[in-house]
Design a protein around this ligand. Structure first.
Ligand SMILES: *Cc1c(COP(=O)(O)O)cnc(C)c1O
Length: 380
């Protein structure tokens, strides 16, 4: 088996590139001659050459057997969930969810007669939430924004014993840092918009699985709801993946250095990074992740005004929403991803007003630390 960096650059060695180029051709046709070829199996989803190639590359990186590509992470997530949950079924979600997934659970699923519960990041919490009609367990790990880690193998084993499908949102980790399918998870979903795309310019989604039996229901749902990505975007996504390992490993290193720096800073109340021994889930992270990722959060000893001043004083790190790209971005979850939740509920989730979430990019880490240092000084 080739190492990750090699696999990113030469993902499908031995496969011929149409036209004989080193890089893939872009084949935009959405219509195909049929008289002299076998009928295409899944015609509705415009399964083109570039989509299939990108799906095969991501499946390879995630140690899956097959994949599907979508126009957004949410399209991949809704397709995965709605493929296995029907009226009168029940889903267990890990408690800390991406805002869109949270809204899907709270607002959309009840309309379809699908009930759900939340579980904390322990096996017992998932066991306690089990019902006779539980069909799906959906996990986000590490989670947004406190980087909680859910033990994948334990929960996958528990789900298998009970005939439950497991889905993991692997967006925050990327396949460089975490391989859910290797821990027995059935389906891994991604917002490709984040680490896979990596440049804050390419919204897409991906879904990967090992099991052939899951392919038909998922393709069927994907056909019904649409959301297949254009070949041009697929090509850009394929190109971005060549540097995935390089980018994410650098982001891991930068984030670890910044987390260690922040942990010692007197103006910082608390740091959340799964690579720090002070993080509640450090041991689980060590056991199931190859790297700790480029996402970290911290509480600054600052009032609302100082928090804004701190962000405005940054000259390298940009106050912006989204994550996973080469540019370092910072945001206040209470004012962005979690602003629609009541402040009471937010505090229950452990998301305080002075919490900042940092998506660490690939810049020089000393420049990033200097930027934070001088912005803290200016915010006082
Ligand atoms: C951004 C994000 C999503 C949604 O992805 P889109 O591509 O924006 O639809 C889902 N899960 C996580 C963890 C995300 O960060």
């Amino acid at each position: 088996m080739k190492k990750l960096e090699t696999l990113c650059v030469h993902p499908l060695s031995g496969q011929d590139n149409i036209g004989g180029g080193v890089t893939s051709a872009i084949l935009p046709s959405a219509a195909y001659h049929y008289l002299d070829t076998e009928e295409r199996r899944y015609p509705g989803f415009y399964s083109t050459y570039n989509q299939e190639k990108l799906a095969a590359i991501i499946a390879g990186l995630e140690h899956g057997e097959w994949g599907l590509i979508f126009t957004s992470g949410m399209a991949a997530i809704t397709t995965a969930i709605l493929s296995f949950a029907q009226q009168n079924d029940h889903i267990i979600f890990s408690r800390d969810l991406y805002g869109g997934t949270w809204k899907l659970a709270e607002d959309e699923l009840p309309k379809r007669g699908i009930s759900f519960s939340y579980a904390d990041n322990t096996l017992t919490s998932f066991q306690d939430a089990l019902q006779a009609n539980t069909k799906v367990i959906y996990i986000e790990t590490p989670s947004n924004p406190l980087l909680k880690v859910v033990p994948l193998k334990e929960i996958a084993d528990f789900a298998k014993k009970n005939g439950i499908i497991t889905i993991v949102d692997n967006t925050f980790a990327s396949p460089v840092n975490q391989l859910p399918l290797d821990h027995g998870i059935d389906i891994s979903v991604h917002s490709g918009t984040k680490y896979l795309g990596g440049h804050n310019d390419l919204p897409y989604g991906a879904l990967v699985s090992k099991l052939k039996i899951q392919k038909d229901p998922i393709y069927f749902t994907a056909n019904m709801y649409g959301g297949s990505l254009s070949p041009y975007q697929c090509y850009l996504a394929e190109r971005s993946l060549k540097t995935l390992a390089l980018r994410v490993k650098r982001q891991n290193e930068n984030a670890m250095r910044i987390a260690q720096y922040l942990e010692k800073h007197p103006a910082v109340e608390r740091v959340y990074y799964p690579g720090l021994q002070s993080h509640d889930d450090y041991q689980i992270a060590v056991a199931q992740m190859q790297g700790f990722g480029g996402m970290l959060s911290f509480e600054l000893r600052a009032d609302a005004k100082e928090l804004i001043k701190f962000q405005r004083s940054l000259t390298v790190i940009e106050p912006a929403i989204s994550l996973g790209g080469v540019e370092s971005l910072i945001c206040s979850p209470a004012q962005t991803s979690h602003r629609y939740i009541s402040s009471e509920a937010r505090h229950q989730l452990g998301i305080n007003e002075n919490l900042l979430r940092l998506s660490v990019g690939i810049e020089d880490v000393e420049d990033l630390i200097d930027d934070i240092e001088s912005a803290i000084d200016k915010s006082k």
